[in-house]
Ligand binder design. Structure first.
Ligand SMILES: CC(C)(COP(=O)(O)OP(=O)(O)OC[C@H]1O[C@@H](n2cnc3c(N)ncnc32)[C@H](O)[C@@H]1OP(=O)(O)O)[C@@H](O)C(=O)NCCC(=O)NCCS
Length: 169
């Protein structure tokens, strides 16, 4: 089933709505992310606006609000700036399985091709929906970091994935 949504890049002026979806992601799927709700909820809206300047972030919008997001941040430094890290990939539970994640990832990959040569990401071991989706878009796993995250319920391994992007001539 597909839903009725549109994908658009978020601008710093979307900071309030970005904060809402980001905090919803951290609250609803805490095991999927390295950050925490408590840390980000304490940040002012201006920090979220800064985040939208430092990253390229796409939102999936229904009529009124953002129901999903995905971003990439180019690495800094002459030897690593050909790469970007994918982060914050999330679709609200009610919208999952309706194509929003695929649409977000397609938009992200398309935009990243103008900026970098390679995308990398980490995904918590066992997050099968996310791993299946990344694989569908060509990401391959190149390793697993044991005990990558330490949470209140124990250590968590992360799968490392990469996608080499076709170069625009
Ligand atoms: C990962 C996530 C963003 C996918 O968003 P989505 O809108 O449900 O994605 P789509 O509807 O476009 O589904 C696309 C693909 O995901 C995979 N998928 C979706 N649900 C799945 C499930 N329950 N099990 C296995 N694969 C699944 C399939 O490969 C599917 O492709 P197909 O429809 O061609 O079979 C969403 O599940 C989510 O927000 N999860 C919680 C947060 C999270 O894990 N984020 C990743 C952090 S690295």
């Amino acid at each position: 089933m597909t839903g009725s949504f549109r994908i658009a890049r978020l601008q710093p002026s979307d900071a309030e709505a970005f904060r809402t979806i980001r905090l919803a992601a951290l609250q609803t799927a805490p095991a999927a992310f390295g950050s925490t709700y408590e840390i980000e909820a304490a940040r002012p809206v201006s920090a979220f606006a800064d985040g939208l300047s430092a990253s390229v972030v796409f939102g999936a919008f229904d009529d009124r609000r953002i129901v999903g997001m995905a971003g990439f941040r180019q690495e800094a430094g002459p030897k690593v700036s050909h790469k970007a890290v994918v982060w914050g990939f999330y679709v609200e539970p009610a919208w999952q399985g309706r194509g929003a994640g695929s649409a977000l990832l397609a938009a992200l990959i398309e935009a990243a091709q103008d900026v970098v040569e390679q995308l990398t990401l980490t995904v918590v071991e066992g997050k099968d929906a996310a791993i299946a989706l990344y694989t569908k878009f060509g990401f391959t796993a190149y390793g697993t970091e044991p005990r990558a995250l330490k949470t209140s319920s124990g250590y968590v391994n992360e799968v490392l994935m990469a996608l080499r992007l076709p170069q625009r001539s």
